[in-house]
Design a protein around this ligand. Structure first.
Ligand SMILES: CC(C)(COP(=O)(O)OP(=O)(O)OC[C@H]1O[C@@H](n2cnc3c(N)ncnc32)[C@H](O)[C@@H]1OP(=O)(O)O)[C@@H](O)C(=O)NCCC(=O)NCCS
Length: 145
């Protein structure tokens, strides 16, 4: 198992996992933009025997970090892989002197909410109808001082 920065050759695998595990999946073009153009964006992937089994995407814009996506293939869950990705995200935040980390998560997504709370995020507000199917998002924040 290896964790590394995503490259353009990972696009099809990223899109494949994304379309399986997200109701509002990023498209090929969105990932391409994140990988090739968005200088604030980082995508890390977990590779197991040349197969992608997880990824994280986040933006660090000066002292502000936004966690956009985290995903682990369902056959590899509950083995601490998402936690490893979060640890790398936190390391990068620290390196960049981030003051605040934010994210949105579906109110129904118990595994993700638990992961974020375990890592020090607090729900500060509900964004009504945030997702295109009408579900609310919890807006979660972690202050790093
Ligand atoms: C959320 C997700 C990334 C967790 O991945 P994972 O590799 O299984 O998580 P880990 O094994 O690293 O678990 C870390 C913590 O997450 C939480 N967690 C993970 N799976 C959980 C579950 N099924 N139920 C409740 N809490 C869970 C727990 O707090 C866990 O800590 P613990 O093991 O001490 O209880 C994974 O379920 C996933 O890919 N879901 C689909 C995509 C998604 O919803 N992403 C988040 C929204 S952007």
């Amino acid at each position: 198992m290896n964790i590394r920065k995503a490259v353009i050759d990972d696009l099809s695998e990223l899109v494949r996992l994304e379309s399986i595990y997200f109701h509002n999946p990023w498209t090929n073009d969105q990932f391409k933009y994140e990988l090739e153009e968005n200088v604030f964006s980082t995508t890390l992937v977990i590779e197991e025997e040349n197969k992608l089994i997880g990824y994280i995407n986040y933006w660090i814009t000066f002292d502000n970090a936004t966690l956009n996506k985290i995903c682990v293939d369902e056959n590899y869950r509950k083995q601490g892989l998402a936690q490893k990705l979060i640890d790398l995200f936190e390391e990068d935040c620290k390196k960049n002197d981030c003051m605040v980390e934010t994210l949105e998560v579906r109110v129904s997504n118990e595994p993700a909410k638990s992961l974020y709370m375990k890592n020090g995020f607090t729900a500060v507000t509900t964004k009504k109808g945030y997702y295109n199917d009408g579900e609310d998002a919890l807006y979660m924040v972690k202050g790093v001082y």
